[in-house]
Design a protein around this ligand. Structure first.
Ligand SMILES: NC(=O)c1ccc[n+]([C@@H]2O[C@H](COP(=O)([O-])OP(=O)(O)OC[C@H]3O[C@@H](n4cnc5c(N)ncnc54)[C@H](OP(=O)(O)O)[C@@H]3O)[C@@H](O)[C@H]2O)c1
Length: 340
C-alpha cells in the first residue's frame, strides 16, 4: 500500500447561504489496512453537484451529512489495492467516495467504468453518467415529449439542462432554453442547435420567451424554480407536463424565491412531477445505450468544466450557484491513471 495520507474535507458546520471554508475542516488521516472483501481507491475526480448544498444542511432523500463526517459526494478513481475478487488493481470505479483523496470500501456503492472505450473518463461523470441519466428519464419518462411540441428547459446550459435540450431536439420538439449569459445562449443555439435560447437576466425575458413559444409550452424541464418556473407556467398549454428536476434558485436560504403561478396547473389541467435519478438507476442501461449512440453519431454534445486542486473544493462548488460553471463541474484531485 502507498504510504500516502488520506486528505479529507470534514463537514464542520451547517451552511446557511453559500458554502465557505468555515463550513469544513481539512484533515489528513492514516489509510486503514484492508479487511477481506475491501479495496482501496485513489480518487481522481470528484463530482460537484447542487444537491450537495442540501445534503450539508438538512435531511432530503438522503439523511443530512453528519457534522464530523467526510463531505458526501460522487467520485471516480482507480483501485490501487484489493482484497475483493470483483474489483482488481487498476480497475476504474465510481461511487460515493466523499470529499477525500482515498477511500476504503467493500464496493457496495461502486461500479466499474469502461476504461478502454476511447472516450475521456470524465464523460462517465457527465453525459454518460448520472447527469445524462437524469436528463434522459426526466424528459422522456416525466415529460413524455411528442414531436412538434414545445419544450422549455431552465438551467439550459448546465450539465443536466444541456442534455435535456438535445434530447428534446432529437425527439423533434421546438426547444427553448433559459440560461444566465449571452455566451451560454450562443452555445445553446449555435453548437447544440436548440431553437431559441433566452438570457433570463435580460430585462425583456418574458417577451422573448413568449415570442419563442408562439404555440404555448407543452413540457417544462425545470432545474431552477422560482421566477423561471413562474414564467414557464405562465405559458403552459392544456395537458402540459412539468418535470421538476431541480430548484437551484431555492437551495440556499439567501435565495429561495418561491413560485406564484402554480394555479395555472389547475386551469390547464397540467401536471408537475418531481423525480430522482436514484429511482432510475436500475434502468440506466437503457439510457446509456441511447446516450452513447447519440454521442458517437455527434447528436449529443457536452461541456466539462474540470477544476484542479483539493483545498479549493469548498469554494469551487459555489460556481454552480453563481453560474460560473460551463458544463458538468468536476474537481480533479489526483493524477489520472495512465491508459493501459
Ligand atoms: N432530480 C435529480 O435526480 C437530479 C439529478 C441531478 C441534478 N439535479 C438538479 O438539476 C439541476 C442542474 O444540476 P447540474 O448538476 O446540471 O448543474 P448545472 O446546471 O451544471 O449548474 C447549475 C446552474 O444553475 C444555474 N443557476 C444557479 N443559481 C441560479 C439562480 N438563482 N437562478 C437561475 N439559474 C441559476 C446556473 O446557470 P446560469 O448561468 O444559466 O444561471 C448554474 O450554472 C439542479 O437543480 C440539480 O439539483 C436533479
Amino acid at each position: 500500500m502507498k504510504s500516502e495520507l488520506n486528505r479529507q474535507w470534514i463537514l464542520a458546520e451547517r451552511p446557511d447561504g453559500l458554502f465557505s471554508e468555515d463550513h469544513f475542516t481539512y484533515q489528513e488521516a492514516i489509510i486503514r489496512p484492508l479487511q477481506n472483501e475491501q479495496f482501496l481507491v485513489e480518487v481522481f475526480y470528484l463530482s460537484l453537484d447542487p444537491t450537495q448544498r442540501l445534503w450539508a444542511e438538512t435531511d432530503t432523500y438522503l439523511p443530512a451529512v453528519e457534522i464530523g463526517d467526510v463531505m458526501r459526494g460522487l467520485g471516480m478513481g482507480v483501485v490501487v489495492k484489493s482484497r475483493n475478487p470483483a474489483f482488481q488493481e487498476g480497475d476504474i470505479v465510481q461511487g460515493m467516495t466523499g470529499w477525500q483523496s482515498h477511500v476504503v470500501t467493500d464496493g457496495r456503492s461502486f461500479s466499474q467504468v469502461p476504461a478502454n472505450s476511447g472516450l475521456p473518463l470524465s464523460v462517465y461523470m457527465g453525459p454518460l453518467g448520472m447527469t445524462g441519466i437524469t436528463a434522459y428519464f426526466g424528459l422522456l419518462d416525466i415529460g413524455r415529449p411528442e414531436a412538434g411540441e414545445t419544450l422549455v428547459v431552465t438551467g439550459a446550459a448546465g450539465a443536466v439542462g444541456s442534455i435535456a435540450c438535445q434530447i428534446g431536439k432529437i425527439k423533434g420538439m421546438n426547444v427553448v432554453g433559459l440560461a444566465g449569459s449571452d455566451d451560454k445562449c450562443q452555445w445553446l443555439e449555435k453548437e447544440l442547435g436548440i431553437d431559441t435560447a433566452v438570457n433570463y437576466r435580460d430585462s425583456n425575458v418574458w417577451q422573448q420567451l413568449q415570442q419563442a413559444c408562439p404555440d404555448g409550452v407543452d413540457v417544462v424541464f425545470e432545474n431552477v424554480g422560482g421566477k423561471s418556473l413562474d414564467m414557464a407556467l405562465g405559458l403552459i398549454n392544456v395537458g402540459a407536463r412539468v418535470a421538476l428536476c431541480g430548484y437551484i434558485s431555492g437551495y440556499t436560504k439567501e435565495q429561495n424565491p418561491g413560485c406564484h403561478n402554480l394555479p395555472m396547473l389547475i386551469s390547464k389541467r397540467a401536471s408537475i412531477e418531481g423525480f430522482l435519478v436514484l429511482d432510475y438507476v436500475h434502468k440506466s442501461r437503457e439510457a446509456l445505450t441511447d446516450l452513447g449512440k447519440w454521442l458517437m453519431d455527434g447528436r449529443l454534445k457536452y461541456r466539462m468544466d474540470i477544476e484542479t486542486g483539493f483545498k479549493e473544493l469548498p469554494t469551487a462548488i459555489n460556481k454552480l450557484f453563481s453560474g460560473e460553471n460551463n458544463g458538468k463541474l468536476l474537481m480533479q484531485i489526483n493524477k489520472l491513471p495512465e491508459s493501459p
